[in-house]
Structure formats: C-alpha cells, structure tokens
Design a protein around this ligand. Structure first.
Ligand code: 1Q0
Length: 215
C-alpha cells in the first residue's frame, strides 16, 4: 500500500524519480512519472489525515494511469509523448466537454501536471524560506499562483482550510528525512530544476497539441 511508512524513505529518492523521468531526447517516461507521484503521496499521507481527500484524488488519478500502462494498449503509454499521440490519433480524449472518455490518460495526467507546478512553486518557497516562514502561507501562495485557477470554489475553500493544518517548517524538514536544514536546502536546489524541466517538457507538449484545457 502507498500509505505504508518506510523509515528509509527520503524526499531525495522521490525527487530522484523525477530525474529518471526524462529520456535522452526529452521524452517523459510515464512509469517514472507515476512512481514520483506515488512517492509524493506517501509524504502527503505522513503529514496527517487532513490531507487525505487530496491524497485520495491523487491516488485515483495515479491508478488510472497505471491501469493504462498495464492495459492491453500499454505499449502506447510508455512515454507521455506516445500517450498523447495514441489517444489523439484514435479519438480517445474528450476535447471540449466531458463525455465518453472521463479516464483518458491525457486529461488525467493534465491534473497531476498542474499539481506539479504547485509543487515546484511550493518547494521553491520552502527552499528560500527562513525559520520564521509559515508553511501555510507558502503553500497557499503557491496554490493561488497555480492550481487554484483550475479548481471550483468549493475545492479552493477545502484546500485553503487544509493548508491551515500544515505542520511547521521544522516538521516538514524532518519528514523529508534528508538531514540538516542546510542539506534540505541543497537537495531542493538540485532537485527543483529537474522537476521544472519535466513540467516544462509536458507543458510544451500539451500546448503544441492544444490540450491544456481538457475537461
Ligand atoms: C502538502 C500539502 C498538500 C497540498 C496540496 C495542494 C493541492 C490542493 C489540491 C486540492 C485538491 C482537492 C481534491 C480534488 C481535486 C479535483 O477536483 C481536481 C481536478 O480533478 P477532476 O477529475 O475533478 O477534474 N484534482 C486535482 O487538481 C489533482 C490534485 C492533486 C493534488 C496532489 C497534490 C499532491 C502533493 C503532494 C506533495 C506532498 C508534499 C511534498 C513535500 C513534502 C515535504 C515533506
């Protein structure tokens, strides 16, 4: 189960997974992308049950992608690039309103992709924060600059409430299991450009295919 605690598990490993997402010619391996998200969900679960409604949605979406990967057309889902091509070529995506394909890989991954931008902004704030910085403020600023634009009022409300329950900066750093605050900051500095690159490659691909607004 993804919720199981592993004391040796560190945020470093999770962020390394995102590093292995990119092939030499900048294709995004879906298997590693999904593994990275599973790791993030484990961290979220370790922050407390207030976040379980968020984790649940993330897990649902991760599971949909795993099902595509393991399905009979799995060969088309090896990279995000091949997934987009396969689903668009075969009209397996609802383009303007929800319909026959509520679980298309394209629309499902898009939700995680938008959340990855939140993560990037949040971790960047964490990296440059001081001891006095409030995680709830960093988290909601990052959210307001990214994901919130795609969420209905009721979700924004629920997310905003959950942010108040976030543990403080010191606890966050502990949970990451990376070492001293200086080591955490260094690790984030190494990892963020990689997350950013995965985000940007996916963003460009979706923009080129005109699928950034899938319902
Ligand atoms: C650490 C605190 C986590 C804060 C996460 C901020 C995001 C809030 C998002 C609220 C989502 C509410 C649940 C439902 C949303 C769906 O409506 C929405 C759209 O999907 P659909 O099918 O209705 O069109 N779903 C989404 O937008 C996907 C949201 C996935 C959010 C996954 C966030 C996972 C983040 C994990 C990072 C863990 C912390 C990393 C740092 C750890 C340091 C110890």
């Amino acid at each position: 189960s993804v919720a199981v605690e592993d004391p040796k598990f560190t945020l470093q490993e999770v962020l390394d997974t995102f590093k292995s997402c990119l092939s030499e010619n900048k294709e995004v391996f879906l298997e590693h992308y999904v593994a990275g998200w599973l790791g993030l969900v484990r961290f979220m679960n370790s922050l407390g049950s207030v976040f379980s409604f968020i984790a649940k949605d993330a897990v649902n979406k991760i599971q949909i992608l795993i099902n595509h990967l393991n399905g009979e057309n799995g060969a088309h889902y090896v990279t995000v690039q091949s997934m987009v091509k396969y689903e668009l070529d075969n009209q397996l995506v609802d383009l303007t309103k929800r319909g026959s394909f509520p679980e298309s890989g394209c629309r499902t991954l898009l939700r995680l992709h938008r959340a990855l931008r939140w993560l990037e902004l949040f971790l960047e704030r964490l990296r440059t924060s001081t001891e006095e910085s409030k995680t709830s403020v960093m988290c909601s600023e990052a959210y307001n600059q990214s994901l919130s634009q795609h969420h209905a009022w009721i979700i924004r409300k629920a997310a905003g409430t959950a942010f108040w329950a976030l543990p403080g900066r010191a606890t966050f750093f502990d949970v990451m299991n990376v070492g001293t605050p200086e080591q955490v900051v260094a690790m984030l500095g190494d990892a963020l450009p990689l997350i950013s690159e995965v985000y940007q490659v996916t963003e460009n691909l979706y923009a080129q295919n005109n699928i950034l607004d899938l319902p």
